[in-house]
Ligand binder design. Structure first.
Ligand SMILES: [Ca+2]
Ligand SMILES: [Ca+2]
Ligand SMILES: [Ca+2]
Ligand SMILES: [Ca+2]
Length: 512
């Protein structure tokens, strides 16, 4: 996570923050920016040419209204996520709030939005809701070990990525620093810092659009015909009847937790002698234990280390005493929620134990496949109350105290940043706009941390009116319906399509 994750910016506004943070080599930066923009265009353009005809549907009068309807979906997403109680998952799969919601009837069209996300792993259907960024691995804070445990992440890719991100210019054994990028037909500078958008990953050696976006070329979380026919139509796919969502489903640059308890009060510094000792909620044995830790200046890496802990300490008179923390299953949630060992206000890259897929959980070194799967299976039976902190992992006996202490520093039980895609559309005109956004609820006022228009990828889902029972012609996401409706907007599309295809061909060549 970059240090300014709450910045409100679009993918095209990124250059300002980039140049502000990197004073060196201005001209290189400009080159980087151009290439970044090219790269983002490449990703989109390779998808554009599939559905270029549908693009026209979104053009022309009414598209502002569709945009406004889509924005209403983003604000609704902020409201729903913001009002979710600690441990709640109201934002996750919520057709009532996010599917076919009527915004306004302007006399000629009824305007709706639908907010949709990837369904559960191994499920073919998208769901109506948000994806929390904490359910993914934050690539700006991840280590080589974390990356290596993701599918398709070879040492060649991982080391190239780490070189691209790290501040130094010394290549790893299989990595790539500036020397490599200088040999490209269009050379550009390595960032040597955190990424600002996930799409910047496409600048890294070996990271192709196929790797990042998988077979879901139109980013709609659904298996569409061209995505399951091998090389017959774009995109390339393995024709196995399953949709590969690419690395995008596992990676984020946006996740950070706050060093605050569930009441949004700053956590208490466990070993700081100046920090007021917790006076309520903690049992006397624990208060005494914390006092002893402080008096003896004992280092504690993470509050989880208090679990079932014992230690020998000097008391006020210098005599040795043995104390127990008294922290067991009952006390653990409060300890994790209210205590901290770091002064950082933001805690980037923690993984949400309640929402991360088994694949992502396994990026934590101590979590193997069997444990990851039992975590995913166990959380189905938890109450929101239990989900408030990662303590349930220990309470439900999925891990013992020793293992809990190892995994807890990587975990959180909540999310403040959410990814969403939203379509705003009019019935019966069928005009639509599709936006992709990341919202950040960490600050008192929610912000849009990332926003891009992906209308050109085509209609992502069947749109119909589920908000009322009036019979309205529904629209299927096929090129044919779009073509029929949009004939009057078509001139010029064919030429543009050819241009962007050329762009893709030349740019794809430099990242192979
Ligand atoms: Ca580097
Ligand atoms: Ca698709
Ligand atoms: Ca195909
Ligand atoms: Ca496939």
């Amino acid at each position: 996570m970059t240090k300014n994750g709450s910045d409100s910016r679009s993918s095209y506004a990124a250059p300002a923050s980039r140049s502000a943070r990197a004073p060196r080599h201005g001209f290189v930066l400009v080159a980087v920016l151009v290439v970044i923009m090219l790269a983002s265009m490449v990703v989109l353009s390779l998808m554009f040419h599939v559905r270029a005809e549908e693009t026209a549907t979104a053009a022309g009068t009414g598209s502002e209204q569709a945009w406004a309807a889509a924005m209403s979906g983003i604000y609704e997403a902020m409201r729903v996520a913001g009002q979710t109680v600690p441990g709640g998952l109201d934002w996750k799969d919520n057709s009532e709030a996010f599917r076919g919601r009527l915004v306004v009837d302007d006399g000629s069209d009824q305007w709706y939005y639908s907010v949709y996300a990837m369904g559960e792993p191994d499920q073919e259907e998208m769901q109506f809701g948000l994806t929390d960024e904490s359910s993914k691995l934050n690539l700006n804070t991840a280590t080589e070990t974390n990356f290596t445990k993701l599918p398709k992440m070879t040492p060649y890719l991982v080391q190239g990525l780490l070189d691209f991100l790290d501040a130094d210019s010394t290549p790893r054994p299989e990595g790539a620093e500036q020397e490599y990028y200088d040999t490209l037909s269009r050379p550009y500078g390595v960032l040597n810092r955190s990424l600002s958008t996930l799409d910047e990953l496409l600048l890294v050696r070996g990271f192709t659009p196929s790797l990042l976006y998988g077979e879901d070329s139109n980013l709609n979380f659904r298996l569409d015909p061209g995505e399951n026919d091998g090389d017959e139509r774009f995109p390339p796919d393995n024709k196995d009847g399953k949709l590969d969502f690419g690395l995008r489903q596992y990676l984020t640059i946006s996740s950070y937790d706050l060093n605050e308890d569930i009441n949004r009060v700053a956590r208490i510094q466990l070993v700081d002698p100046k920090a007021t000792l917790p006076d309520s909620g903690f049992p006397p044995a624990l208060v005494q234990y914390i006092a002893a830790l402080r008096r003896n200046k004992t280092a504690v890496a993470h509050p989880a280390d208090l679990l079932e802990a014992k230690g020998k300490f000097k008391d006020e008179n210098g005599a040795e005493v043995e104390l127990a923390s008294g922290v067991g299953k009952t006390e653990l949630p409060d300890v994790l929620d209210r205590l901290t060992t770091t002064a950082e206000r933001r805690l980037p890259g923690l993984i949400n134990i309640n929402t991360a897929s088994a694949r992502v959980l396994q990026t934590i070194p101590e979590i193997d496949e069997a444990l990851a799967e039992s975590i995913v299976a166990a959380r189905g039976g938890l109450s929101p109350e239990q989900r408030r902190t990662p303590a349930w992992l220990y309470q439900e006996a999925l891990v013992n105290a020793d293992l809990f202490k190892k995994v807890a520093p990587h975990l959180t039980a909540r999310s403040f940043q959410f990814h969403l895609q939203v379509i705003g559309y009019g019935i019966p005109s069928g005009r639509f706009r599709v936006l992709e956004a990341i919202i950040d609820l960490a600050a008192p006022k929610p912000t849009i941390a990332y926003l891009r228009d992906i209308t050109r990828l085509g209609l992502p889902l069947k749109i119909d009116s589920v908000a009322d029972d009036r019979t309205i012609a529904s629209l299927e996401p096929t090129a044919r319906t779009a073509r029929l409706r949009s004939r009057s907007h078509l001139p010029g599309i064919r030429e543009r399509t050819r241009l962007v295809s050329l762009d893709y061909a030349s740019a794809a060549a430099h990242n192979n």
